[in-house]
Design a binder for this molecule. Structure first.
Ligand code: CTP
Ligand code: MG
Length: 178
């Protein structure tokens, strides 16, 4: 069980990092260019080009750094494998895409920027990263992650996400603690 949890969380690190980086790097031009659908913004000012690019590059870089640590983690007895570039990009960019889709959904359902959308906020990037990395390198994903790993990810991610956001809120990096 510990093995499953460690490997599952290890795989998700390049998907977790982009969101935190986007918060720090955010600002500048919004992706939707201020466009609206009806009364509401397509995505809103919370989704920017800079946040998305910095988050994606940061997530891929994180995966490449983790790859250097694979021999050490294997020595500890955990069966991790180096991320392929496809998987690294899929996890990092997929994470940003999932978050962007969630904002689209939030605006369409009348939720203002920064409002909370429980479970969607916590799992949008998990869905995006797993789906895109699966599309780009399904062999790698299915070799490393089983159904049990998926369950672990779905249960632990919201807990980790909320904890990280409470800390970011406490540090004054984020406007809301979710
Ligand atoms: N951010 C960004 N680009 C992204 C994602 C996030 O610039 N692709 C930055 C923005 O400054 C954003 C902050 O990170 O305000 C927090 O991200 P998030 O909570 O996802 O955005 P919200 O501002 O809460 O907006 P939304 O309601 O659309 O989620
Ligand atoms: Mg938010």
């Amino acid at each position: 069980m510990l093995e499953t949890v460690i490997v599952a969380l290890w795989v998700m690190i390049p998907a977790y990092v982009p969101n935190s980086l986007a918060v720090v790097a955010g600002g500048g031009k919004p992706i939707d260019g201020g466009e609206k659908i009806g009364e509401r913004r397509v995505l809103g000012d919370g989704k920017t080009w800079r946040g998305t690019v910095v988050g994606t590059v940061g997530g891929v870089s994180t995966a490449l750094i983790l790859n250097q640590l694979v021999p050490m983690v294997k020595d500890l007895g955990f069966e991790v494998e180096p991320f392929t570039l496809y998987v690294a990009f899929g996890l990092a960019f997929g994470s940003m895409l999932g978050d962007i889709c969630a904002s689209f959904l939030k605006r369409r359902t009348g939720r203002e920027r920064g409002s909370s959308f429980i479970l969607v906020d916590q799992l949008d990037f998990v869905a995006g990263s797993l789906i895109l990395s699966f599309i780009l390198d399904s062999g790698w994903i299915t070799d490393i992650l089983g159904l049990m790993s998926l369950a672990v990810i779905l249960v632990l991610t919201p807990i980790i996400h909320v904890s990280a956001n409470v800390i970011a809120y406490g540090l004054g990096l984020k406007k809301e603690p979710y």
